[in-house]
Design a protein around this ligand. Structure first.
Ligand SMILES: Nc1nc2c(c(=O)[nH]1)N[C@H]1C(S)=C(S)[C@@H](COP(=O)(O)OP(=O)(O)OC[C@H]3O[C@@H](n4cnc5c(=O)[nH]c(N)nc54)[C@H](O)[C@@H]3O)O[C@H]1N2
Ligand SMILES: Nc1nc2c(c(=O)[nH]1)N[C@H]1C(S)=C(S)[C@@H](COP(=O)(O)OP(=O)(O)OC[C@H]3O[C@@H](n4cnc5c(=O)[nH]c(N)nc54)[C@H](O)[C@@H]3O)O[C@H]1N2
Ligand code: SF4
Ligand SMILES: [Mo]
Length: 758
């Protein structure tokens, strides 16, 4: 890592021996310019000095060490930029030595420069003059005036809470923080939430309930190969985080055991020593069944339970009611397999349970994760080296995005918006009266469901999400978006949701701006600006500054990322997610810094809970929950389970990856995975169209016949709009604690769809 350590920022000149002048410029820490021109800086900051000194380094090729725009692994990559580099002006090179991915990237990361090309993205604002009319090009002054007047008008007519904000877990910490501040200080609305509610909010809620603190993994990925037994529950990293697979492979090479729990025999499950294949929604009963067996076999770590936990009696009582035969009936997992798993995990000296969206995206997701944590606690596999429970967060900033105030009930630093001390602290940093801060607003689906309804949000500012494709019951959500008085979408591309907007604001992305994200390990990393965006594109921070000024708040909204980060550090100081000691310079020098990091001398915290848990008494709390059915189970009319998820080559709503030709070639469209026995019963062959109908709607897509799925379950990826949109079908039933929708199961009917085009 020598090249990345020390005072130099991670920008190097690609010329073998750069002239001294260039070397000096690229070493002017802490703000490297890379391929970014001062003209761009001038446009985005309004800084007249920068405007006067505008220079482009025509002909110069630079490399910038940065990170992938997509998932929570936030793989390190090196971007080579310059006028002669490819159509988009950038190409991805290996960034050796960054610890998380060790130089490896998946196809999405490697092809990410395609997102920068002019022809796939927005290059100027768009406006709609009348409802139902077409979108037309507009200048920034007109677009900003329209947004500011629209938001102010709705506030005047319907009150501050009638203006809503919907953010995303892909936004950098700086953008997420500024969006939260904008909502509370400028719009003064309680109604801000974000797509992280759709992602890992159940794991977050369970984490807080058990440990008093929520960070995806309580240890770095590098610990995984050194545990003895690892259970991956509803996670398919072979497709969703391929470079992370090496940790699980190393675990097995070291003699450890990998158990995978998934209704499908995924590429990840194919690597496991033991694959448990429950029905969708069976995870809660399964975890309790394993706890039952661990207790029955005398494998409880009594010493650990006595010294470091509370509430075991309730958990034991709950487990008693989940004897093996009953759990086999509830989950479809044979008793012999249950015994095998309980023995492997219970007898291992160290062990980990990692969950992802499978068990979490359920209307009982919080309790389900709680039951898996109970299994860890009972066997002494938490708060110790090489052991613990963790959640594989999903989006690029899935972790940081939930810490800094985009969530309806939170203020920066993972503080509660209901806590008077937290309100006073953050209000102090923002220079406002604590009384003026709104309270908790509606959760993501509830916010979307209420759009345009009496008492609901009537003007929505949306950044970093594409709910027309990704929200549950998406047909209904699209209708609610159409019912708004004003929809403003900030996005680098014209997503399906942006197409419905009254105003579309084209914003910078990833390689065009600085900013930090926090990966699944709690490691805060730094994305670097590597090149200019197209002429008509502005940074999101600049947009927020301009809107704030037009809405009467001229100060407190810098257009550059680093000053925003410095304010975020102060706002987070003393909170659970304490970033006070983290700086851009440190992140670059140390390959990221793990929070909490309360001061500049603090080394950061790669491993949590080794001495005590973050609860008031330092003890972890058992959940002690019992099995309950899903919100909708199969019946006569809808006899099958539908579950949904991802494929390797597409990302989320596909707004980005469906614009990348090589990814589209690998994953061209939606499909319905079904077992050969089910296919035979329906007389459906490979590639033939099937219709899938739920109580919400009907989708049509080609059949993919495979014996890797349970015969009682069909699977659809959710990356596409149109006839094959999986979310036309999904059930918006919410978890009572996390308000997470039940994406992972609903009841459906499947039929041949003769003569229909998908
Ligand atoms: N290629 C790609 N990678 C991605 C993303 C992407 O869209 N595409 N998105 C990123 C984001 S935001 C996220 S959140 C992560 C998600 O990462 P993962 O959670 O790994 O992805 P999913 O495919 O949603 O779900 C994982 C598995 O859960 C299984 N499953 C379905 N129902 C159940 C159930 O009831 N119980 C159990 N135990 N398992 C079940 C599915 O069969 C699937 O194999 O991926 C990140 N990485
Ligand atoms: N059926 C089903 N549905 C699901 C899931 C599932 O497993 N099954 N998973 C859920 C999960 S885990 C998630 S995370 C959601 C994700 O689904 P979405 O919330 O729709 O997330 P993306 O598709 O990543 O959309 C991000 C949008 O932000 C834009 N964008 C990228 N960078 C920036 C930026 O810096 N600023 C702004 N303003 N915009 C930017 C992108 O171009 C894109 O249009 O989907 C959920 N929906
Ligand atoms: S695994 Fe995730 S972060 Fe790494 S290259 Fe692929 S999409 Fe990017
Ligand atoms: Mo996610």
């Amino acid at each position: 890592m020598a090249a990345l350590r020390g005072d130099c920022p991670p920008v190097t000149c690609a010329l073998a021996n750069p002239p001294a002048r260039l070397r000096l410029m690229s070493c002017r820490a802490p703000r490297p310019r890379g391929g970014v021109s001062d003209a761009y800086r001038a446009r985005n900051t309004g800084d007249p000095v920068a405007k006067r000194s505008a220079v482009r380094f025509i002909g110069m090729t630079t490399t910038t060490d940065t990170h992938c725009p997509y998932c929570s692994l936030q793989c390190g990559m090196r971007l080579r930029t310059g006028p002669e580099v490819g159509a988009a002006g950038a190409e991805v090179l290996e960034r050796p030595g960054f610890p998380v991915n060790g130089g490896a990237l998946c196809g999405k990361g490697r092809s990410a420069p395609a997102l920068l090309a002019r022809d796939v993205r927005l290059t100027g604002p768009l406006l709609r003059d009348r409802p139902g009319g077409p979108l037309r090009s507009a200048g920034w002054p007109e677009a900003l005036a329209r947004v500011a007047e629209g938001l102010a008008g709705v506030r005047e007519r319907h009150g501050a809470d009638a203006v809503g904000v919907f953010g995303g877990g892909g936004l950098t910490n700086e953008k997420a923080y500024q969006l939260g501040k904008f909502a509370r200080v400028v719009l003064r609305t309680a109604n801000i939430d974000y797509n992280g509610r759709f992602c890992m909010s159940s794991a977050a809620a369970a984490h807080r309930r058990a440990f008093g603190l929520d960070r995806g993994l309580p240890f770095p990925l590098e610990d995984i190969p050194h545990t003895d037994c690892l259970v991956l529950v509803g996670a398919n990293p072979a497709e969703t985080m391929p470079p992370a697979l090496r940790y699980f492979r190393e675990l097995r090479e070291n003699g450890g055991t990998l158990i995978v729990v998934d209704p499908r025999r995924t590429r990840t499950a194919a690597e496991a020593d033991l694959h448990l294949q429950p029905r969708p929604g069976g995870d809660l009963a399964l975890a309790l069944g394993l706890l039952h067996l661990v207790i029955a076999d005398g494998l409880v770590d009594e010493e650990f339970v006595a010294a470091r936990t509370t509430g075991f009696d309730r958990a034991r009582a709950a487990a008693t009611a989940h004897w093996p035969d009953r759990v086999e009936r509830l989950t479809g997992v044979p008793v012999a397999r249950l015994r095998e798993a309980a023995a492997l995990f219970g007898r291992a000296a160290t062990g980990m349970v990692l969950t992802a969206r499978g068990p979490e995206q359920q209307s009982k997701g919080t309790d389900t994760v709680g039951a898996w944590i109970d299994l860890c606690l009972a066997t002494g596999k938490a708060g110790r080296p090489r052991s613990g429970y963790g959640c594989l967060t999903g989006q690029g900033n899935g972790q940081g995005g939930r810490e800094h105030g985009q969530k309806a009930d939170q203020l920066p630093g993972y503080r509660s918006i209901e806590d008077p001390v937290a309100r006073a602290h953050v209000a102090g940093v923002w220079g406002v009266d604590p009384e003026a801060l709104p309270g908790a607003g509606r959760s993501a689906y509830e916010l979307l469901d209420g759009l345009g309804q009496p008492g609901g949000v009537r003007a929505l500012l949306l950044a970093g999400s594409n709910p027309v494709v990704s929200a549950p019951n998406a047909g209904h959500v699209a209708g609610r978006l159409r019912a708004l008085d004003l929809l403003v979408v900030a996005d680098p591309v014209l997503s399906e949701t942006a197409r419905l907007a009254d105003v579309v604001l084209p914003v910078t992305q990833w390689a065009e701006e600085d900013g930090t994200t926090t990966n699944l390990e709690g490691r805060v990393i730094l994305r670097r600006r590597a090149l200019d965006p197209p002429e008509g594109v502005r940074s999101e921070l600049w947009v927020l500054r301009e809107l704030a000024a037009r809405l009467g708040v001229p100060d407190g909204f810098p257009a550059e990322a680093e000053p925003v980060f410095d304010e975020l550090r102060r706002a987070s100081a003393g909170g659970d997610a304490d970033y006070a000691g983290i700086s851009y310079r440190r992140i670059a020098a140390e390959d990221g810094v793990f929070w909490p990091c309360p001061d500049a001398a603090h080394p950061g915290t790669p491993r949590l809970f080794l001495d005590r848990f973050a609860t008031p008494d330092g003890r972890a709390r058992f959940a002690g929950v019992t099995h309950r059915p899903a919100a909708e189970e199969p019946d006569r009319d809808y006899p099958l389970y539908l579950t949904t998820g991802r494929v390797l080559a597409q990302y989320q709503s596909g707004a980005q990856t469906r614009r990348v030709p090589e990814l589209n070639a690998a994953a061209p469209g939606p499909f319905v995975e079904l077992h050969p026995r089910l296919a035979a019963r329906l007389a459906v062959g490979e590639g033939e169209l099937v219709s899938v109908t739920s109580r919400r709607g009907r989708a049509v897509a080609p059949a993919r016949v495979t014996d890797t799925i349970r015969p009682d379950t069909v699977f659809m990826p959710f990356h596409w709009p149109g006839a094959g949109r999986a979310n036309t079908l999904t059930n918006p039933a919410l978890d009572p604690v996390s308000r997470m929708p039940e994406f992972k199961l609903c009841a459906v009917r499947v039929e041949r769809a003769e003569g229909e085009a998908s």
